[in-house]
Design a protein around this ligand. Structure first.
Ligand code: HEC
Ligand code: HEC
Ligand code: HEC
Ligand code: HEC
Length: 344
């Protein structure tokens, strides 16, 4: 819950939202609104309460959905990839000259570029499962050595249970503050779960686009906060940060230079990495499933009305049917037909 900052999308604060998010005001996780506790998903380890596990389990409550999903066209797309809609926290991190604990230091961290990234990009993890991630650029100035780019996306734990990754872009010169070491941080998003994303939000084009909007709120560097934005485009020919710019003026404080806290103004589109991040689907197959999905929703809408007059048990059955139908198009029509014939 505490120390959100750079790992914002990985912390419990994103479960609660509201005042615990940066910027404040994020909608809370659906489960939080239903009064479900951290330990309902994160089991406690051998040491008891203070030993909450990273891994989360959903089976206690969503067994039918997990089953339907595991046999659907989206079996390799994790729940979070469809059900997390926005990410907050740091959107840029820059190191440059500034004051640390009251003393001048070449490596002050300017990370209070607080903002919102939406929708999350999705990438394949170590095991080929699509997960929702937060992607944001980092640059460290006053660096002397040359560093080579990584060979593609690097998972921090190759075979581990944790899916955070990064890419080292390499070193760049902008004529000030020596060299700048650039990398892209890619964090697996944990919470908040909310409404499922639409088909088009992932399949409209083969490539993915996410939008980041932020405000620089550090008390060093500028007289007052300024706002800016960038896009992340991920497709067949790699992932890149594009159109990074401030949209309100920067009022520089005395004793600071732009490159100290905003070297991205010089580096802009340098953050890019190779790899295939496109979401490929056969056009004919997609059109078929999209039509099917529309028909399923139409059927469910009709049933939503019919069911209001039925008894508790039927309502409970219907809730399960609905949840399954939303997660397995191939099963849905058959189940709906069966349910309808039992209603009579
Ligand atoms: C609805 C289930 C659910 C609830 C409730 C929930 N979480 Fe999570 N949480 C998850 C999932 C799913 C992940 C991603 C797990 C993974 O990386 O394998 C996660 C990841 C995390 C992580 C990142 C762990 C890591 O590996 O770095 C933290 C920290 C965390 N949750 C804290 C909390 C806290 C604190 C609460 C309560 C305020 C909470 N969670 C409530 C589902 C839940
Ligand atoms: C203690 C029971 C419980 C656990 C454990 C649990 N959920 Fe849920 N979940 C619910 C309830 C209740 C809802 C509200 C909708 C409903 O009634 O089905 C819900 C809703 C959801 C939604 C829909 C969100 C929306 O706004 O449409 C998603 C997605 C979801 N859960 C995913 C998960 C995942 C992933 C896990 C495991 C990491 C998990 N849940 C664990 C009880 C639970
Ligand atoms: C391909 C996208 C996709 C994936 C993957 C996905 N969902 Fe959903 N889910 C949806 C959509 C769309 C809805 C309907 C809109 C909504 O209520 O959020 C939905 C609805 C739900 C609901 C609400 C059901 C209700 O009765 O209102 C729950 C609970 C849920 N999903 C849980 C899960 C769990 C758990 C997983 C992983 C095992 C998962 N979803 C994976 C797209 C997805
Ligand atoms: C969160 C993003 C996301 C959403 C939302 C989503 N999909 Fe997908 N879809 C994917 C990904 C990723 C794949 C590729 C899965 C794989 O690699 O196996 C895929 C695969 C597919 C496929 C091809 C499966 C195959 O076997 O070739 C079809 C068809 C499809 N989706 C249709 C839909 C329809 C229809 C919807 C809306 C009801 C939808 N998708 C919603 C991400 C998404």
């Amino acid at each position: 819950m505490c120390h959100a900052g750079s790992l914002h999308s990985r912390r419990g604060g994103t479960y609660v939202g509201g005042d615990y998010s940066i910027p404040v005001g994020m909608e809370a996780d659906t489960h939080y609104k239903k009064n479900i506790q951290c330990i309902d998903c994160h089991l406690t380890g051998p040491k008891g309460m203070g030993d909450i596990q990273r891994k989360a389990t959903c089976q206690d409550c969503h067994l039918e959905i997990e089953d339907a999903h595991s046999r659907s066209i989206h079996k390799d797309v994790q729940c979070s990839a469809c059900h997390i809609n926005e990410l907050r926290g740091y959107q840029i991190v820059i190191w440059g000259p500034g004051k640390v604990a009251g003393k001048q230091n070449p490596f002050k961290k300017y990370s209070l570029y607080h903002g919102i990234q939406s929708p999350p990009l999705i990438i394949k993890d170590q095991k080929g499962k699509w997960i929702a991630v937060k992607v944001f650029p980092h640059a460290l100035g006053n660096f002397k050595l040359d560093v080579k780019p990584s060979e593609g996306l690097q998972f921090r734990w190759k075979d581990g249970d944790i899916q955070d990754s990064y890419y080292i872009v390499g070193t760049e010169s902008i004529g000030v503050n020596d060299k700048h070491l650039l990398w892209i941080e890619i964090q697996h998003a944990s919470h908040p779960f909310g409404k499922g994303r639409t088909c088009e939000s992932c399949h409209k084009e083969e490539s993915q686009t996410s939008f980041s909007q932020w405000e620089f709120e550090d008390d060093q560097g500028t007289e007052k906060p300024f706002r800016g934005k960038y896009k992340i485009i991920a497709g067949r020919d790699g992932l890149k940060i594009k159109d990074m710019r401030n949209i309100t003026p920067i009022f520089l404080s005395e004793d600071y230079k732009i490159e100290d806290f905003a070297s991205w103004l010089y580096l802009k589109d340098k953050w890019k990495m190779p790899g295939d991040f496109s979401i490929k689907t056969d056009k004919i197959k997609y059109d078929k499933y999209q039509t099917l999905s529309k028909n399923i929703i139409r059927e469910l809408k009709t049933l939503d009305r019919v069911i209001t007059h039925k008894d508790k048990k039927t309502k409970r059955h219907y809730k399960t049917l609905r949840a399954i139908a939303m997660h397995n198009e191939d099963q849905a029509m058959e189940l709906i037909k069966e349910f309808k014939s039992n209603l009579k």
